[in-house]
Design a binder for this molecule. Structure first.
Ligand code: IFM
Length: 463
């Protein structure tokens, strides 16, 4: 495989606090909605939780050494809000700040640029008790927390990302119930989406007020959906999914409006009166780059009248596809990952090129891409993961193809540095380049895919 990338292209890996840190009761950390959710019997596979996870809180130096050995230029991590403000508001917990302070300095000492996500789903539980993302006030709390982090970490951070995948926070958290806090209410999810958008806009302003020259961003998991046929009703099914899956974020963030077709699709649920005067101006802040996470694609169609399909494109009790009850997803085809997701590098290229065509001045960064497969740790410490290696190579080629076709992409972050807590799938799904031996003190072992990524970075980063 030989790929061409622009000079200065950034290779990195990504992780998230609750998925790797553990140490949930240490140094004054408060409780998050994922502590509550994962400790509720029956919600997470095998009863797993993030109490220990990869024990990154104690092993962070070793993990940074792995990053250095991989040769990445940047590392995308998230800050656990409950470590910084255990109650989600007011008093700051200095030991929490100190942890990220050390982490950031540790990255810089190794020549790795820190990319900091403020919110990767671990909302302080007291904020959820007050309504969580359904409550407009939570947006203001995120801005306050953003200001604290910006003041503490300042210009040592290369890029601040306000939110990771707000679609998941809103629609898996409040509509399908597959994620914390586990609600299944369509209106709650729509309110949450708006308040997340507002939180982003307020947080960007708070960050820039403290660190004027830093880069500000947000990461979206944009859905690549194809129609089952060219029939108008199937094309409309795709439009519906894109409206509530993508446009509900892209349009307010980048164009300062909610799309009229989305408003019509959900008219039975809400009149959008939760959007207050001035909100859209707060939300539409100039972005230095847009993060895009991509794993797979799907095929949608108008649900036939006699359909008995329960395929909703999500998991959990309800459907995340608010306002799209008349849409169904076809079962994925071809080789699937351990998540049951298809493998569609061409969809990756198309998605990136499509967004770049719409927003030609906007820099794009692939903030997550990767695959889960079952792994075997051999007696000699090796892990042979040819499927993950192939997934990585295909998507690196697809990325290069998108750039060749004109997409303005400046970085790629492999998900994930380590095997970790895969939310409602617990530890039963492994996305890491590096194997974590949970039964054996969380020992780290490089998989073949880690060696492959190291080689790819070395080959494409040579000056
Ligand atoms: O593990 C998650 C991550 O937290 C957010 N993006 C998708 C990944 C794989 O499901």
């Amino acid at each position: 495989m030989s790929i061409q990338l622009p000079k200065g292209f950034t290779w990195g890996t990504a992780t998230a606090s609750y998925q790797i840190e553990g140490a949930v009761n240490e140094d004054g950390r408060g409780t998050s909605i994922w502590d509550t959710y994962s400790h509720t019997p029956g919600l997470v596979l095998n009863g797993d939780n993030g109490d220990v996870a990869c024990d990154h809180y104690h092993r962070w130096e070793e993990d940074l050494d792995h990053l250095a050995r991989l040769g990445v230029q940047a590392y995308r991590f998230s800050v656990a809000w409950p470590r910084i403000q255990p109650l989600g508001a007011g008093a700051v917990n200095q030991p929490g700040i100190d942890f990220y302070d050390r982490l950031v300095d540790g990255l810089l000492d190794r020549g790795i640029r820190p990319i900091c996500t403020l919110y990767h789903w671990d909302l302080p539980q007291p904020l959820e008790d007050a309504g969580g993302w359904q409550n407009r006030e939570t947006a203001y709390r995120l801005a306050e927390y953003a200001q604290i982090i910006a003041a503490a970490l300042g210009d040592r951070i290369d890029t601040y990302t306000t939110l990771n995948e707000p679609w998941c926070s809103a629609f898996l958290g409040y509509a399908s119930g597959a994620h914390a806090p586990g609600l299944t209410e369509a209106l709650a999810a729509l309110k949450a989406a708006h308040h997340l958008n507002l939180a982003h806009g307020l947080a960007v302003q708070a960050i820039r007020a403290k660190v004027p020259n830093t880069k500000a961003s947000i990461t979206l998991n944009l859905h690549k959906v194809r129609p089952a046929s060219l029939a108008p009703e199937d094309l409309d099914a795709v439009r519906q999914i894109e409206a509530v899956g993508n446009e509900i974020f892209l349009r307010p963030l980048l164009e300062g409006c909610y799309p009229s077709d989305l408003i019509a699709d959900v008219a039975d649920i809400t009149d959008f009166s939760f959007v207050q005067d001035g909100d859209l101006a707060e939300i539409k802040q100039p972005l230095d780059c847009l993060g895009i996470n991509y794993y797979s694609s799907s095929v949608a169609r108008r649900r036939p009248n006699d359909s008995t399909s329960t395929a909703t494109g999500g998991h959990g009790g309800g459907s995340p596809w608010v306002g799209a009850d008349n849409v169904e997803f076809l079962d994925p085809t071809g080789p699937l990952t351990d998540m049951g997701w298809n493998i569609d590098p061409q969809g990756f290229t198309e998605l990136l090129v499509g967004v770049s065509k719409r927003y030609p001045d906007l820099e794009l960064v692939v903030t997550e891409n990767g695959s889960a497969f079952p792994d075997t740790l051999e007696a000699d410490g090796s892990v042979h993961d040819p499927k993950r290696v192939a997934y990585l190579e295909w998507h690196a080629e697809a990325l290069a193809e998108a750039i060749r076709l004109g997409a303005k992409i400046t970085g790629y972050y492999a998900w994930s540095l380590l095997d970790n807590f895969e939310w409602s799938w617990g530890y039963a799904r492994r996305f890491g380049l590096i194997h974590v031996d949970y039964g054996n003190g969380q020992a780290r072992h490089w998989k073949d895919s880690a060696y492959r990524y190291q080689k790819l970075i070395a080959e494409t980063s040579a000056s």
